[in-house]
Ligand binder design. Structure first.
Ligand code: TYM
Length: 329
């Protein structure tokens, strides 16, 4: 069976970008693939976190994964820090990842520009840990949004470099990027990606319908006097973003959407997109709220997940330790 793996940092509450760009494409494949999905808590401490909030979000993220359709019987769902092999292989791969490669990572450039008071070593070497997260499970595909493609490409380079020295240890994974939803932009700043750091332009999975509607009604469009719903990323980035979201939620094509709103204007278009998002998220929010209340169940899921994940991860780690010349314990 082919293998699929991905993770999300519990550094903020999950939002529409995480859902359309990543999670939504995970659940549909659990019949064909062996799937591993985790809460990337090790990664979050590259930026200072409030401990109690991190703990809460990590467990709530698991509830949201399940509510998004990831059945814990068919997918291995776990917390990254529960599987020590991630940190262990992360160290090894640090020694096979080049300073120059890490310097070119756009996420590092962005984050180090934003958190100037805490440009720590972990923030810089983070992609080596991400390579370890991936390579431990020998996946065929890594489903991510557009912004993570560069990290998956780095992972491929590191794996190839390692294999070149030691023979075929790692499978070379492919990034798997959705057509609609790969890059969801901020509703009030359509030139930047949707992220929790711009909360007014960000729609959270657990957000109330009236708040979601308010954000869509205020979404930035353009001053095209025609008020025309037409897909043009360059000239009309706000409208293109809303069309992308609408397409991802309804399965409609851009041509169909253009026809649907022909002569209707943004005053009709924006709330219609809002409604589509509200209806897409409603069952997720309700199910997640129910699961969050059931701490014992979530605990049982992440414990079983860590056990299954560790079994596979340790196999790869043992192989790597042997290859590089460590004495077997
Ligand atoms: P993270 O936590 O920033 O984002 C998680 C996933 O959501 C996608 N995403 C988006 N997609 C579309 N539009 C957006 N506005 C948007 N914002 C986020 C991301 O592309 C990603 O798929 N380094 C990773 C976490 C990670 C990981 C891994 C992923 C750690 N180890 C191993 C895959 C495999 C990260 O920071 O993603």
């Amino acid at each position: 069976k082919k293998v699929m793996l991905s993770g999300i940092q519990p550094s903020g509450d999950l939002h529409l970008g995480n859902y359309l760009g990543a999670i939504r494409n995970w659940g549909t494949r659990s019949e064909e693939f062996d799937c591993y999905y985790f809460m990337a808590d090790l990664h979050t401490i590259t930026v200072r976190q409030e401990p109690a909030a991190l703990r809460r979000r990590t467990v709530e993220q698991l509830a949201q994964y399940i509510a998004c359709g990831l059945d814990p019987e068919k997918n291995t769902l776990f917390i990254q820090s529960h599987v020590p092999a991630h940190a262990q292989l992360g160290w090894v791969l640090n020694c096979y990842t080049m300073f120059g490669e890490l310097s070119r990572m756009t996420q590092f450039k962005d984050k180090s520009a934003k958190h100037t008071d805490n440009i720590n070593g972990g923030l810089f070497t983070y992609p080596a840990l991400m390579a370890a997260d991936i390579l431990l499970y020998q996946p065929d595909f890594v489903p991510v949004g557009e912004d993570q493609k560069q990290h998956v490409e780095l992972t491929r380079n590191v794996a190839q470099r390692f294999n070149h020295v030691y023979g075929d240890v790692f499978k070379i994974p492919e990034p798997y990027i959705p057509k609609a939803g790969a890059r969801v932009m901020s509703l009030n700043a359509p030139d930047t990606k949707m992220s929790k750091s711009l909360p007014e332009g960000c729609v959270f999975l657990m957000e109330k319908p009236e708040d979601i509607m308010r954000k869509f009604k205020r979404a930035v469009t353009d001053c095209d006097t025609q008020w025309c719903v037409r897909f043009d990323r360059e000239q009309k980035p706000g409208v293109a973003n809303l069309m992308n979201i609408y397409a991802a939620c309804t399965g409609k094509t851009y041509e169909e959407i253009e026809r649907e709103f022909d002569g209707k204007g943004y005053g009709v278009f924006k709330p219609t997109v809002g409604e589509a998002v509200v209806e897409t998220l409603r069952p997720i929010r309700e199910e997640a709220a129910r699961l969050i209340a059931d701490k014992a169940y979530l605990e049982q899921v992440y414990r079983a997940g860590a056990e299954r994940a560790s079994y596979i991860a340790n196999k790869t780690l043992r192989k790597v330790y042997k290859k590089v010349g460590f004495v077997a314990p």
